[in-house]
Design a protein around this ligand. Structure first.
Ligand code: ZN
Length: 321
């Protein structure tokens, strides 16, 4: 009986893959290096191989698989199954992902943006259970987001709705890869927060983090800022609060625009937790519309590292039904 679903989380560094049973419990999980530099065919062939290996190991057969979902970073066309552009994948332009995978497998295959599949996962199995108006933001090297409005995941004309990371926060600000400047994601992301710290150190402020990294400021991570914050480091506290305020202003705009019940904060940098989120909540309480902000919770994502795989599998099932 076809009761198993495959979820693939294609990241710039690793491919994470899992087979889920009908209760969405993983019966097997694997992670292998993406080797993105070897080009799209190499990456897609690796995904096919990991799937065949997982099916062999679990003694399942292809006929047991109901469908497969894949979360892919960057811009894509989910209905055509085409990955249009992906920032961390060289030579990755207009790749027919589904057509390529169809040469190996005959079960239904669906693709979507990595953040949006995380949103499906958190909505069905994580922090978003039971809500009809949800915004997920992921704080990693950049700021990604996905939106559910009145029970429906929002796509927009070119499937690029919800690019909150490119919301303009400053007329003239840090340059962004999108061609504009002053975008929210340039300030609120692991890279953005580290840059804020480095700016302060270059202006002569002094942090305990300098004792850890010496002269090489390029090794500073968002995690170090959390650690220095816990030790009472003034600059780390200032950076965390400043980052929280900018995120709070950005999310005030989101709340005024969309009236969500919950904003879920995920991604590696969300480990900063309440160090960051308390300032976010305070800024929202002071600046967003009262009726909307009082109805909106800000909480951490629950699925962590597995969000991409569970989300991709969840998404595939929703598309199938
Ligand atoms: Zn931008």
């Amino acid at each position: 009986m076809k009761q198993f679903t495959i979820g693939i989380d294609l990241g710039g560094t690793n491919i994470k893959a899992a087979i889920f049973n009908s209760d969405f419990k993983a019966v097997i999980e694997k992670s292998i290096p993406t080797e993105a530099a070897m080009g799209p065919k190499h990456v897609l062939d690796k995904i096919a191989k990991i799937i065949m290996d997982m099916i062999d190991t679990t003694k399942l057969s292809i006929s047991d698989i109901k469908c497969m979902g894949m979360g892919i970073p960057g811009l894509l066309d989910p209905s055509e199954g085409v990955s249009i552009f992906s920032p961390n994948f060289p030579n990755w332009k207009d790749i027919h992902v589904i057509n390529h995978m169809k040469t190996f497998f005959d079960f239904p295959i669906f693709i979507d943006n990595d953040v949006r599949v995380n949103l499906y996962g958190e909505w069905r199995y994580g922090s978003g259970i039971g809500y009809q108006n949800v915004v997920l933001i992921t704080l990693g090297t950049g700021l990604g987001s996905g939106i559910i409005n009145d029970g429906k995941v929002i796509y927009g004309k070119t499937s690029s709705a919800g690019e909150i990371g490119h919301m303009n926060m400053y007329r003239e600000g840090r340059p962004c890869k999108c061609g504009s400047s002053g975008c929210l994601g340039r300030y609120v992301s692991a890279v953005g927060m580290v840059n804020t710290l480095i700016e302060k150190l270059n202006n002569g402020q002094r942090s305990i983090i300098q004792d850890w990294v010496g002269a090489d400021l390029s090794t500073i991570s968002a995690k170090m800022i959390s650690e220095a914050y816990d030790l009472g480091d003034d600059v780390a506290i200032e950076v965390m609060h400043e980052t929280g305020r900018i995120l709070g202003f950005g999310l005030s705009n989101v709340i005024n625009l969309l009236n969500p019940e919950v904003i879920i904060v995920g991604g590696g940098m969300s480990a900063a937790g309440d160090r960051l989120l308390n300032t976010v909540r305070e800024t929202i309480a002071n600046h967003a519309l009262k009726l909307s902000s009082q109805a909106c919770k800000i909480q951490q994502a629950q699925l962590g590292e597995k969000a991409g795989m569970i989300g991709a599998a969840t998404y595939a099932n929703e598309r199938l039904n």
